[in-house]
Design a protein around this ligand. Sequence first.
Ligand SMILES: Cc1cc2nc3c(=O)[nH]c(=O)nc-3n(C[C@H](O)[C@H](O)[C@H](O)COP(=O)(O)OP(=O)(O)OC[C@H]3O[C@@H](n4cnc5c(N)ncnc54)[C@H](O)[C@@H]3O)c2cc1C
Ligand code: SF4
Length: 337
Amino acid sequence: MFDFDFDHEQPGTLAEAVTLLERSAPGGRIIAGGTDLLPNMRVDVLRPTTLISLSRIEPESPRRDAAGAIRIDALTRLAAIAESPFIGEELPLLAESARAVGGNQIRHMGTLGGNLCQDTRCLYLNQRHDYQFVAPCHKRGGTICYPFPQNKPDTCWSVYMSDVAPALIALDAEVETVGGKGARRLSVEALFTGSGLTPLGIDRDEIISAVVVPPQPGGARFGYHKSARRGGLEFAMAVIAARLRIAEDGKSCMNARIAMGAVRERPLRMPAAERMLSGAVLNEASIGAAVAAALDELKPLPHHGYIKSDIVDNVRVYLRRVLERAAGGKNGQVGSA
Ligand SMILES: Cc1cc2nc3c(=O)[nH]c(=O)nc-3n(C[C@H](O)[C@H](O)[C@H](O)COP(=O)(O)OP(=O)(O)OC[C@H]3O[C@@H](n4cnc5c(N)ncnc54)[C@H](O)[C@@H]3O)c2cc1C
Ligand code: SF4
């Protein structure tokens, strides 16, 4: 399957995994479900010298902590999140996003941490280089970018495709990590660098141990939509997740968080659209103005055969529907546009 050798370790704890990562630097790599890592090894994007498998570590069940936040072990399989009655009840937006990932087999193998840490994608990158290309691209350490020949070596416009990250950002979630420098907590939004070359902003010896979703504010309502070519079983054309906090009058929006995925090298917030909605009475005009503001600030990258205008047209339609669903949905319920 691979034309190179590597060692395989199976630590029993995350602390041991961190030690093994440090010891095997720079070629050591965590493998969780392997559904992103192994295909990348197969097409030679990655050549780890040691795979440090987390498969012997049993994830803790999702639970509410003393502060009212919901803690989900990063090793939790996406299927467990999608099917959990607890997550379905408490965080329907997250459950919906986990259900959107790939097919059943991928959700049963893929983990929450692996989903967040998946590499960015581009049609060139996700196939074997020796198949039809001469020089390696910037992300493979070369001097050319096939889809964007004008790009300088420090620029790679591969796209971050997680279906789950936008939902976690709309929920204002954080991740906890353990690593050589100790433990820390950072927002999901801060995980990403915005560079296609090195999309993740955590250290090589840092492992995400948990996702922590804070208690959702009163009046929070949600909307989510993933567009994909066949409607599912594959990566997105665009992902939209929104949380609107509705005032007691049931009509005005106190605060909005909107996150989009599969449009750039990282998941994006839509600050201008969020500002338009915050304090506004939710109706056709205010939602239309927010969509227009989002389209103004959105600069999508063409990817996987979708040209820019396809993506813009898609967002024009589905952002409106997501916001309408969130505005009109029952309290706490996710509206799938
Ligand atoms: C056919 C197919 C369809 C897919 N469809 C989708 C889709 O629709 N939507 C989508 O979002 N994804 C999709 N994926 C990508 C992938 O399967 C999922 O993102 C999955 O959740 C990855 O999780 P994993 O545990 O398998 O990650 P792995 O492959 O084990 O790891 C991925 C990366 O994250 C790192 N990593 C893993 N866990 C941690 C951790 N806890 N802390 C730090 N780093 C870590 C690894 O070192 C590796 O670099 C698809 C993949 C395939 C093969
Ligand atoms: S967009 Fe990035 S990954 Fe794709 S060919 Fe260009 S440099 Fe390589």
